[in-house]
Every structure is written in C-alpha cells, then in structure tokens.
Design a protein around this ligand. Sequence first.
Ligand SMILES: Nc1ncnc2c1ncn2[C@@H]1O[C@H](COP(=O)(O)OP(=O)(O)OP(=O)(O)O)[C@@H](O)[C@H]1O
Ligand SMILES: [Mg+2]
Length: 221
Amino acid sequence: MDTVLSAENIYKTYNSSSGKVNALNGVTVSFEQGEFYAIIGRSGSGKSTLLHILGGLDRPDSGKVTVSGSDLFAYSDEKMAIFRRRHIGFVFQQYNLLEDYTVLNNICIPLKLDGKKADPDFLDEVSGMLGIKELLKKYPSELSGGEQQRVAIARSVLAKPHIVFADEPTGNLDKKTSDETMALLKESAKRFGQTLIVVTHNLEIARTADHIIQIEDGKTV
Ligand SMILES: Nc1ncnc2c1ncn2[C@@H]1O[C@H](COP(=O)(O)OP(=O)(O)OP(=O)(O)O)[C@@H](O)[C@H]1O
Ligand SMILES: [Mg+2]
C-alpha cells in the first residue's frame, strides 16, 4: 500500500504562562492511502497538536512531515497554505464556519481562495449525501450543531482533498447524530478514496477504524 502521509520524530513545545509544555515528544507515525485512522488518548496528550502539524496548520520545533513524497515544512507559509487548500480537508471541533456567509459560500471557500469554482454536479452530490441541500441559502447561526457539522464536512470534501482530518467531529453531538456524522465521513472517504484521520474520545468510533493510534504524553504507544 502507498504511504500518503508520514511524520518522523516530531517535537513541539509550547511556552505557556506556567513554563514550557512538551506537547509532542518524538512522534513517528505513517498513514496509508484510503485507510481510516482513529487517534485516541487522554485530554492534553497532544492529539490536536499532532493533527495541526500533520495538516500543515502549525510547524513542529523539529521533525519531518512528508505528504505524497513532499517535505511539507520545506514549503514557505504561503506555499503551505496553497498545499493545504488543495490536498487537505479539515473538520474542526467548533466547525469554524464563517457567520457572515451562507452555507453555500462557506463550503465553497477553500475553492474560491484558490480561484476555482465548485463543480455543480459534485456540489449537488456532496450536499445530497450530507443532507444539506435545503440549507444552502441559510446562515450558520440558523443551523443546529449537527447541521453545522455536516456543513463543515461538506466544506472539507468539496475540494476533493486526498486527506481529511477531523478533530472530535462528534464531540458535541447526540449518539444518533454522531453515528450519522461518522457514517457520512466514512462514506465520503470511501467514495473519494480519501485517507481519513479522526481524533476521538469515543472508543465505539475508534473500534470502527482500520487503525487505532494511541497518544500518551506526546508520544505514540
Ligand atoms: N497554544 C498553546 N499554548 C500553550 N500550551 C498549549 C497550547 N496548545 C496546547 N497546549 C498544551 O499542549 C498539550 C497538548 O495539547 P493538545 O491540545 O494537543 O491536547 P489534546 O490531546 O488535543 O487534548 P484534548 O483531548 O483535551 O483536546 C497540553 O498540555 C496543552 O495544555
Ligand atoms: Mg484536542
């Protein structure tokens, strides 16, 4: 199988008011094309930090991240942002939707920033699959948490990224909505051949993954 993403010896320290925090202490991990990975571990173990570094949202103090054969951190910030928009989808725990934009504009933002337009057929397919067709003209504040989450997923897949990261995508959802959300993420990953990397506290979800990665004190165990 093809490795699409790998991280070697990643270290990351934060300076906080109470001194230095070693968030990542030499993480080495790799991901195969089209597989579903669950990242689990206690609160504060470094999961979000790792996800941000793997997705090029933040730089490590040392270590290397390779995406489809390219050294991610050899890129300038600008190149990294372009790379991210084209190859990586992110579903954040707090959805990160823009309040002043309609649902339709929200899900098209990554493409627009790239000077591209959404393929209408694909937009139709994705919004149908995620059940948000009737919401496209609404604003995020008019939606429930579950609906906002589905919009965030639509935004993450519309640019057809190779890799989709989701940080606690079901954290605030009830069991039924949580199950539906995970099913949609998995279905979209399967349909579009994406590698899916999900941080979750939910062991039931983790058990459905192809691989489980456990983080403890900034290291994989
Ligand atoms: N911006 C920051 N400044 C200072 N310390 C930080 C910062 N972000 C994270 N940390 C610290 O780094 C460590 C790892 O944080 P991280 O957010 O990666 O944990 P996590 O595993 O995602 O936790 P959770 O399950 O609660 O989301 C924690 O000790 C946290 O307090
Ligand atoms: Mg976190």
